[in-house]
Ligand binder design. Structure first.
Ligand code: DCS
Length: 481
């Protein structure tokens, strides 16, 4: 009998091919262990509130009032909510067409898109047009929409950093396109060498691939590096020469833990370069409410801004967005608040600054504790997390460990991460889920566990790792080093 469309063997092959390691084998095993009652530290997803980060007070007050507008009519509302939160809730409600329960325009509420454009203008010092900003359900949906427009078939290629966040590899395979890797240099603090880009493009072309776009993740996930202005210029020049759309994933722009290289947007560098580059390079920049000190992952709010995209294409992207009717409206309010937080002099300003600074400063200390912790372990080397939310140590696995993994039918870093999980409850993602050079192994953890738990977590990691290394380094249970 012929299989039915949703029988496994007859599914769309692109669906079966697509891999997403952040919720892969390790995550499934961790969930099982949790059900059995074991304490699991979920460091596999950059999901700050799930690890205890408290939401910022002001945005939650505003959205609470928007969700329950009858509270605004309660004579006691002023006892529970500060006046600036009440004013903001009224402001956002006035931007909707029927409150949070009504669909918005498929591009998002015009009033919020205007606030996003004003934020970009303040940040970059260049005009931004609300008509070229679309609000999305998290940055993920925006990335998928744009890749969908770019990829026409298997011979269309997208340059993606390796290691990369698997949203890109997964979506490219789902859409039936080709991922063209460019390698980040671990020994250069995960820097990007433009010569590698040229080589990657030449190689893809010789295989019949038309390279159409390039992705950068700045600050990097999983690698944590912050791109320098000089590097961004080289990248934009390269995109200009090769006629590539640049997809600038800037979701971690608030998460910066060093002072030498503050975040600088691709849009600003592009505009600074002047014509012809600033008029030619097609750029899509992505942002989210999931990261930074907001960490509002569950709200699913994001936006993308289009630069140098022809109006007819913008219309097509609008048409496709319309199929899904409307992005989440509550999340749009979070986005509005993220791009226009309380101002100096507002009642909620001091508290907002105290809360957001507290989170960022703690993340900076945690980034340091993790990097130092990993570097104190046997056969582990780790670059400092300059930005984003992750640590990505290299694990130098002894030959015997690789052999043991082979016998267990596991990829070596999966084998290591599973053992780590069983021994310590720390749930990580193996480096193979992000891509890495042949024969080199990593794992990714977030830097998000509570600061006070961090020393204990790193001690338990070190104990596991050093025992693992001793076990596999020779046949006698002691180290040769
Ligand atoms: N881009 C990058 C680089 C990301 O790391 C993520 C999420 C996204 C986009 C999408 O986020 P939103 O859709 O929530 O806006 N990062 C995942 C990760 O690696 N761990 O947690 C989620």
């Amino acid at each position: 009998m012929a299989p039915k469309a949703l029988d496994y063997e007859s599914l769309n092959e692109n669906v079966k091919k697509c891999q997403y390691a952040v919720r892969g084998e390790l995550y499934l095993r961790a969930s099982e262990l949790q059900k059995e009652g074991k304490k699991i530290i979920f460091t596999n997803v950059g999901n700050p509130h799930a690890l205890g980060q408290k939401p910022l007070t002001f945005p939650r007050q505003v959205v609470a009032l928007c969700q329950a507008p009858f509270l605004l009519d309660d004579p006691n509302v002023g006892m529970l909510f500060p006046a600036d939160a009440i004013a903001r809730a009224k402001h956002y409600l006035s931007l909707t067409s029927g409150g949070l329960g009504a669909y918005s325009d498929s591009r998002g509420l015009p009033g919020v898109r205007k606030e996003v454009a004003e934020f970009i203008e303040r940040r970059d010092g260049y005009p931004s047009d609300p008509e070229l900003i679309f609000l999305t359900d998290g940055a993920s949906k925006g990335v998928m929409q744009i890749l969908n427009c770019i990829i026409r078939g298997q011979s269309d290629g997208v340059l993606v950093p390796v290691p990369q966040y698997p949203l890109y590899s997964a979506t490219i395979s789902l859409l039936g396109g080709s991922l063209v890797p460019y390698y980040l240099e671990e020994t250069e603090n995960w820097g990007l060498d433009v010569n590698n880009l040229r080589e990657s493009v030449a190689k893809a072309r010789s295989n019949g691939i038309t390279v159409r776009a390039m992705v950068i993740i700045n600050p990097g996930n999983p690698t944590g590096q912050c791109l320098s202005e000089a590097n961004l210029r080289e990248i934009l020049k390269f995109c200009y020469e090769e006629k590539l759309v640049l997809m600038g994933d800037e979701v971690y722009q608030q998460n910066i833990y060093q002072d030498e290289r503050p975040f600088i947007s691709s849009k600003k560098v592009l505009m600074d370069m002047g014509p012809p580059v600033s008029r030619e390079v097609q750029l899509i920049s992505f942002h989210t409410v999931s990261k930074g000190y907001w960490g509002e992952c569950g709200q699913r709010g994001g936006y993308f801004e289009m630069t140098n995209i022809p109006p007819r294409t913008v219309e097509e992207i609008y048409k496709v967005a319309s199929i899904a009717l409307s992005p989440n409206v509550p999340a749009q309010i979070f986005m509005g608040l993220m791009v226009s937080p309380p101002n100096p002099g507002d009642i909620s300003y001091e508290q907002f600054i105290r809360e957001s600074k507290g989170i960022l400063e703690s993340l900076r200390r945690r980034a340091r504790i993790m990097t130092d912790g990993f570097n104190s372990c046997k056969n582990v080397v780790c670059n400092f997390t300059e930005g984003a939310m992750y640590s990505f140590p290299q694990i130098k696995l002894p030959a015997r460990a690789i052999e043991a993994a082979r016998q267990a039918g596991k990829v070596p870093d999966v084998f290591y991460c599973l053992k780590l999980l069983e021994a310590t409850g720390i749930s990580t993602v193996p480096g193979s889920g992000f891509g890495q050079k042949e024969g080199v192994f990593h794992l990714r953890t977030t830097i998000l566990p509570a600061e006070e738990e961090m020393p204990e977590i790193m001690d338990s990691f070190k104990k596991f790792n050093d025992e693992f290394m001793s076990q596999y380094e020779d046949n006698f249970g002691y180290s040769r080093m």
